[in-house]
Design a protein around this ligand. Structure first.
Ligand code: ZN
Ligand code: ZN
Length: 410
């Protein structure tokens, strides 16, 4: 059977996912979640994982038809339920040393025409159930990684004017380029890229800015940084000692903002695809770290529901810097997927912070909160960078150092 997806590059993507992304260790189990469409990649990843000495590889698939069946036929009570047993089992597997891989590639607009209240309830129930497993991922207890497969529904969303095969091929090539598997030696390319990101994080960590100020059209935002924050980017080492690349691709350097020290206005520079809905032209205002005004030209109801998820959903858990010249940004494509779109622009995330973004990587949740780290059941990135954004690093005494000018490193 012919396929629009280059089989050689797909096999290289599987190798990168296993050996650079999750950096699977001999004897380590792997839990893998994926959309049904990604089965060809899942099979390649399983083979690569067993070649790398995997214990047991357990794939867990999601199916779009089954997801839609819930909205078409599900009883109202269904939308407050989630498979706790599954997530508790994942958390147990992580506690026992398993690694985690997620493959994205489903239809980003799958739930766009469903009742936003039901989508939000299902999302919230799932987020609560997922908490024990997510805590081990967000706390970086284990090596984990996300990569992407060019599913047809996703490709058609991105390229509605192309025939399905042509759309899949175009998305596949974009994923392969962004994931560096179009290069002769992808593993060496990743080593060089990680070194570049390391130089950026070292510079920022030496500067010890107390805040970043973003200015641009519709934006004048000062993001205070958490006490004892650390910048991260590219490869990093989990608490189990394994150095992995949590995102394939990745272009960002990122850290933890102070949950109570964010002030001013910010305008999103790209639409946010969230749980099947598109939220466009987000504008919010922060006071003392909290969003006190929020609007969007489209999907505002979804945005407001998201902000009401819990106490931490109106505060920031991440701030990330990505140059406008990054390959994903220069592709000019809107992927409707955070893994790619967040690597096209500077972004902030509502909700949960990353425990690894502190100098002391072994802080308790109480210590993280005391240093300004936010906690929430959500973590949603949205893009605030563009070629028009300037960023200054502010020292504790208020003096400013240029960090970005016109979207590029100063
Ligand atoms: Zn990010
Ligand atoms: Zn994020």
């Amino acid at each position: 059977m012919s396929t629009p997806i280059d089989p050689v590059k797909l096999a290289k993507l599987a190798e990168v996912a296993v050996n650079v992304g999750v950096a699977l260790q001999p004897g380590q189990d792997l839990i893998l979640t994926a959309p049904m469409a990604a089965l060809p990649l899942v099979r390649q990843i399983a083979a690569a994982a067993y070649r790398a000495g995997a214990g047991v590889v357990t794939p867990i698939f999601a199916d779009e038809e089954i997801a839609l069946a819930r909205y078409a036929h599900g009883h109202d009570n269904s939308f407050d339920r989630a498979p706790n047993w599954l997530y508790n089992g994942m958390a147990e597997a992580f506690a026992n040393g398993a690694a985690r891989m997620a493959i994205v590639g489903d239809n980003p607009m799958l739930l766009a025409t469903q009742d936003p209240a039901k989508v939000a309830r299902a999302g919230k129930a799932n987020a609560i159930a997922y908490q024990p497993a997510l805590a081990k991922i967000a706390g970086f207890d284990i090596n984990w990684s996300i990569c992407a497969y060019p599913g047809e529904a996703w490709a058609r969303q991105m390229f509605p004017d192309l025939a399905p095969d042509a759309a899949v091929q175009k998305l596949a090539e974009a994923i392969f380029a962004a994931s560096r598997v179009d290069q002769p030696d992808p593993v060496a390319a990743w080593a060089a890229h990680n070194a570049t990101l390391r130089a950026r994080t070292n510079w920022l960590n030496d500067k010890r800015f107390s805040a970043l100020r973003f200015t641009g059209p519709g934006t004048d935002l000062t993001v205070g940084l958490a006490d004892g924050h650390a910048w991260q980017g590219g490869a990093s080492t989990a608490k189990n000692g394994v150095t992995c690349n949590a995102n394939i691709p990745t272009e960002e350097v990122f850290t933890t903002p102070h949950a109570a020290r964010v002030e001013g206005r910010v305008r999103a520079t790209k639409p946010l695809a969230h749980q099947g809905s598109l939220i466009e032209n987000i504008e919010v205002r922060f006071e003392a770290g909290r969003i006190v005004e929020a609007k969007a030209s489209k999907g505002e109801a979804v945005l407001l529901k998201l902000l009401d998820s819990d106490d931490g959903a109106r505060r920031l858990g991440e701030v990330a810097l990505v140059p406008h010249g990054s390959p994903i940004s220069q592709s000019g494509l809107l992927f409707y997927n955070t893994l790619f779109d967040e690597n096209a622009a500077c972004h902030i995330a509502l909700g949960q912070c990353y425990a690894k973004c502190f100098e002391d990587g072994s802080l308790t949740p109480e210590q993280i909160a005391a240093q300004g780290g936010n906690s929430s059941m959500i973590h949603v990135d949205w893009m605030i960078g563009s070629g028009d954004i300037d960023i200054d690093g502010l020292a504790a005494d208020g003096s400013a150092t240029p960090v970005f000018r016109k979207g590029e490193w100063a």
